[in-house]
Design a protein. Structure first.
Length: 52
C-alpha cells in the first residue's frame, strides 16, 4: 500500500503493521485524496484516528 500513497505524495511518511493490518500515514494530502489513491490501487481504507 506504500506505493500508491507515495505516488500521490512523495513526501508522505508511511508505516505498516502487517499483523494488525494497519497503515499509518503522515501526509499533506487531505483525507479524500489519500482514500482515492488507496482505492485506485485496489485497497479498502478506513480512517481509524487522526493525530495532529
Amino acid at each position: 500500500m506504500q506505493k500508491p500513497i507515495m505516488a500521490a505524495d512523495p513526501d508522505a511518511k508511511v508505516s505498516c503493521d502487517l499483523t494488525a493490518p494497519i497503515v499509518g500515514v503522515d501526509s499533506t494530502l487531505d483525507e479524500t485524496a489519500l482514500a482515492v489513491a488507496i482505492s485506485d490501487a485496489g485497497y479498502v481504507s478506513e480512517k481509524l484516528a487522526e493525530v495532529r
